[in-house]
Design a protein around this ligand. Sequence first.
Ligand code: PEP
Length: 282
Amino acid sequence: MRSHAEVGRGGHPCRNSGTLTESAHATIFHMKKTIPLIVGNWKCNPVTELHAVALAVAVVKAHQKAETPYVAIAPTALHSAAVAKKLTSSPITLAAQNVSSFAVGAHTGEQSAAQLKDGGVELVIIGHSERRAAGETDVEVSAKVQATLAGKLIPIVCIGEKKRDTNGNFFTEVETQIRSFATELAPAQLKKVVIAYEPIWAIGTGETATNDDVKEMQLFIESILTKIHDRPTAQSVRLLYGGSVKPHNAAELHRVGGMGGFLVGGASLKAADFSAICKAVI
Ligand code: PEP
């Protein structure tokens, strides 16, 4: 039997004649860590469902093969169902941009992990800096990670410093964010988590961390996870980089940075750019 912990490859459950069935492709838990994962975060874009579906179709056309690399897209909650229909016979995984920390009940405006799973979602972006800027705390992020794992979905936990300082205080900021959720998880749970290092100053600004900065952060995050648990656990956690990843910088960021893929914002809204980024990591 495949291990839940091998943070894995796409394949969303899909509705078929009213019953929930597994689609033909493997589940996200079985992704091989050696194959990069590229996640497109569409944020609050595009305006219409028509455009969201067209973008999904264009991404599907560009990624017919299952492992070249693993690709996921995160549309808005409103467009998720329409996009999911376009992904059913593709190797592309459906992601969500947020999740409730509650399982069910009187929580207006929220969507639970179970509801996301029922809608075909496999990956959930948690603690994106834009949500943290709107007030989401480390405590809430940790609760959402717990809820996501309990719902058998993969959390992509976003961390990253507001700015860089020459004294290296930004490492403390990143460490605090990691500890706030990772210390609440057993090793077997942590292995199912994806961590996206996204320096806030690099998001949507056109400024990226240098390739060496990304490598340094990959080693730093692994060292913190090793202190919290152990080296094998730390090394089995997939790390992503996010922050102005574009077709022109993706190959070197990937080659030198040593991360397990990218979380892509702006460039994921143009199928050609997103596809070029995906091709750059092969
Ligand atoms: C993001 O919002 O997660 C992101 C990385 O955005 P961008 O690629 O536009 O910097």
